[in-house]
Structure formats: structure tokens, C-alpha cells
Design a protein around this ligand. Sequence first.
Ligand SMILES: Nc1ncnc2c1ncn2[C@@H]1O[C@H](COP(=O)(O)OP(=O)(O)O)[C@@H](O)[C@H]1O
Ligand SMILES: [Mg+2]
Length: 386
Amino acid sequence: MAPDTSKTASLPVLDTLALLDRAFTQADYAINITNNQGVLIKVNQAYLDLYKFTSESEVIGKTQKLIRSPHTPDSIYKDMWQTILSGTTWRGNLNNIARDGSEVFVHLTISPVRENGEIIGYMGFSLDRAQQVLLERELFHANKLVVLATMGAGLAHELNNPLASILLDAEYLRDLFAAPESSIDWPTASLAANSVINGVERMKKVLEHLLMYSRKEGGGGLKHSTLTSTQLIEDSFLFLERQLRSRGIAVELELEDNAFIHGNRTQLESVIHNLLANSRDAFEGRKGEKFIRITTRQYENGRLEIEYRDNAGGISPSLLPRVFEPFFTTKKELEGTGLGLAISQKIVVEHGGTITCESENGETAFHIHLPGRKTESTPESDFLDE
Ligand SMILES: Nc1ncnc2c1ncn2[C@@H]1O[C@H](COP(=O)(O)OP(=O)(O)O)[C@@H](O)[C@H]1O
Ligand SMILES: [Mg+2]
């Protein structure tokens, strides 16, 4: 039987408006409407609840900057404004700040509202992602544990080699005390002392990183800091360098100086670490020249590109589209989790970047693009800063 539409069809205009008003006011989604300058002109109850405002008057006439969090990279706002100014809908995940200062994680959709083809305002829908974020945090932590587990054997090497050379140098220095003063070669002694210091410093760094990885990050957003791309790449090798070297894998780095990135250091390092661990695994049992080549480049707009390449045999075209899928692995049960690239992609995307994978002629290449440190603001983000 056809539904009876006579009632709705015969609603007077006023009732339709009232109905729309009820629907807007009572919707579960937090909804906000701004004018075309981004100034809030209407929000619903769910919006007030989500951001912990007590009345509409606290938000009307202000811009969305009211709830802007320092944990959301500028690049996300830039992308958002570029998209909506061009008349298309923007969707993405970001952190906002509630009136009491607490972080709110939302999935936000913003669409232009048009009249006669012209954009007269924007409509935003925010969905609370608190539960999902908790699960993702657990997943990131699980990945760190996977990274820690793969470090196992490598870690012993990383600590053993500096220890062995420290011991040799220290013994040499001790023996100097028994030697006649005139026979002492001071420049060599000074080199030995420096090599003890360097060895200890390297071990200290390895241990600091180990602690950094094993620490569980609490709520309130992940800690972001500014780091150079060189620091990021070099530190990612800390636990794997000797494993790669002992397998005859040449590491070629071509790193741009003075390229800065703003992000979570542990997470970004674990991205490069995952790529290195995958190359190490893919080289297993292969003969001939083996290389891993990492090149970084910074573009005019600050964007940083990391090209990661190895010649470990490549990935077949039928499997290539699947490598970023969670749990996709070609490794034996206890050797692969299939989470490495899935989580790496998630980390890069959460930093406002992209990661892609190509493979041909026995080589695999990953291209990572990350927003670099911004030197000057763009009209789009100024727009929001009003
Ligand atoms: N550098 C590489 N060379 C060849 N295959 C790779 C490379 N990196 C990743 N892969 C493929 O992608 C799959 C997924 O990688 P990943 O998500 O890190 O999970 P896992 O390493 O646990 O298998 C690997 O099992 C492997 O088949
Ligand atoms: Mg892996």
C-alpha cells in the first residue's frame, strides 16, 4: 500500500517551517550555520552540548575560531577553506576545543549553502568521535608494541656494538696509565676518549627512544613538536641500522637541510621504521646489490616530500592496491601483522599528509607528502583567524 502523504502534503507553510526548526534543534548531529564569512549565525542544541556552551548567545556572531584547537594542523584548515571556497563539500577529522578547554574529536562535514548559485553561507555537521579515537589510540599503541617486538634482536646489536668498542677504548686508556709518559700518543688517546663519549651517547639515544616507544600516550591529544626531516629520518634508523648493515643493504640518504615538520615524533618515526622493517623483510634471501634510498625535498609552499625506495623485488600489480589494507600481509603468521602500512597511512593522513606506493622493475617506492612548517599564513587561514 502506498504511504499516506496527504497529511504532510497539506501542511501549511508555517508548520513545515516549525517542523524544520524542530528537526534542526533536536538533531543528534551538532549542526552549525555560518554566513559566507564564516561567522556563526545559528547552531543547534547538540552543537551547544558537544562544545559545552550553555546558550546560543555565547557563539552567535563569533567565528569557528572559537573552538579551534592548537592540535589541528593549519594545513587542515587551509584544505577545508580551499575546498569550501571552491563550492564543494569538505569532510575530515579534526580536534576542536570545548568551552571548558577539553579536546573534542569530530568528524566534520561542511557544505556551502547557495542562493541563486551564489554561496551565502556554510553548514557544518560535527559527529563526536571520542569512542573511535580511543580505539585508534589503542591501535597506535599496539603498533608501537609491534615495532618494539621487531626491535628485539636489533636492539641487542645496537647496544652490543657500542659497548664492545667502549670497552676496547677504555682498556686502551687504562693501559696508558702504566705506560711511560714519553711513549703516549696524545692525539690517539684523545680520539679514544671521544669515541667512548660517542658510544655512550649513541646508547643513551637508543635507550631514550626505546622509552619513548614504550610509553603510552594519554588523553588530551598526542604531543606535537617541530622537528627537522633529517632528525626524523636518521632517528628512525636507531633500532635497525645494524640489522640492515649486517644484511649487506646499502642505505643512501639524500636529505634536504632545514626542512621542518610539525607532528608527533614517535608516530612519524614509526612510519619510517615500518618502511625499513618491510624492506628488511623483503630483502630476505635475495642476492645481488641491495639498497634503500631515502630522498627528502621541500617545496616552495613548505610541503615536504619523502621518497622511500628499495630494490627488494617489488610488489606484484595484483597485490599493490591492497598493501595499505589493515591485516593484509604476505608474511607467515608470527612474522607479519599486516598493520604496519595501514597504521602508517593513518598516521600520515592524521598529520594532514598522503602516502602512496608504486612498484616496478623489482623496486618499491613510497611517496610521503607532509605539510611542512608554515612560514607565512595564507588568505584562507587568515579568513578563519578573523
Ligand atoms: N618494501 C617492500 N617490498 C616488498 N613488499 C612489501 C614492501 N613493503 C610492504 N610490502 C608488502 O606489503 C605487505 C603489508 O605490509 P605491512 O602493512 O607492513 O604488514 P606486514 O609487514 O606485517 O606484512 C607485506 O606483507 C608485503 O607483502
Ligand atoms: Mg610491516
